[in-house]
Design a protein around this ligand. Structure first.
Ligand code: ZN
Length: 155
């Protein structure tokens, strides 16, 4: 496994629409594995392929309920509403309140290419929406209601 460098705000690919994956190949499986490794190494709860410079519709998520890897994920239903503080591995040091659906159902392929549905609430719902936004070039800062003052520490 390998750890990728995570691109920061300003990288053009973060603003591009990622391309659908036509089929699961060995390179997609390696991408999923390495993205998971990269996410854990960065202490993140989610990562989208454009964040490591790959324009493919692939995300990994672990919101404390286990690793989920999805290819070509789509939000199929949403319910409720929830405001919470978010950040992004591509925008270190910035946090803000974002309104998201509190429940989502997402469909996509698992690593065997089987169509699966993932339902999430709370943090999992939030992370799934955040990562799928990345695939459309949307960043959480586009949706922030209020930026949160960072603790600047003491001299
Ligand atoms: Zn992000």
């Amino acid at each position: 496994m390998a750890v990728y460098r995570i691109l920061r705000l300003g990288a053009e690919i973060l603003r591009e629409e990622a391309r659908p994956v036509p089929k699961i190949t060995d390179s997609i499986l390696r991408l999923l594995d390495n993205m998971a490794e990269t996410m854990y190494q960065a202490n993140g709860v989610g990562l989208a392929a454009p964040q490591i410079g790959v324009s493919k519709r692939v995300v990994v998520v672990d919101a404390g309920e286990g690793l989920i890897g999805l290819v070509n994920p789509v939000v199929v239903t949403t319910a409720g509403e929830d405001i919470a503080v978010e950040g992004c591995l591509s925008i270190p040091g910035v946090e803000g309140e974002v309104k998201r659906a509190s429940l989502v159902k997402v469909s996509g392929w698992d690593r065997s290419g089987r169509e699966v549905e993932v339902e999430g609430s709370g943090l999992l719902a939030r992370v799934l929406q955040h990562e799928i936004d990345h695939l459309d070039g949307i960043l959480f800062i586009d949706k922030v209601i209020r930026f949160v003052e960072q603790d600047k520490g003491r001299e």
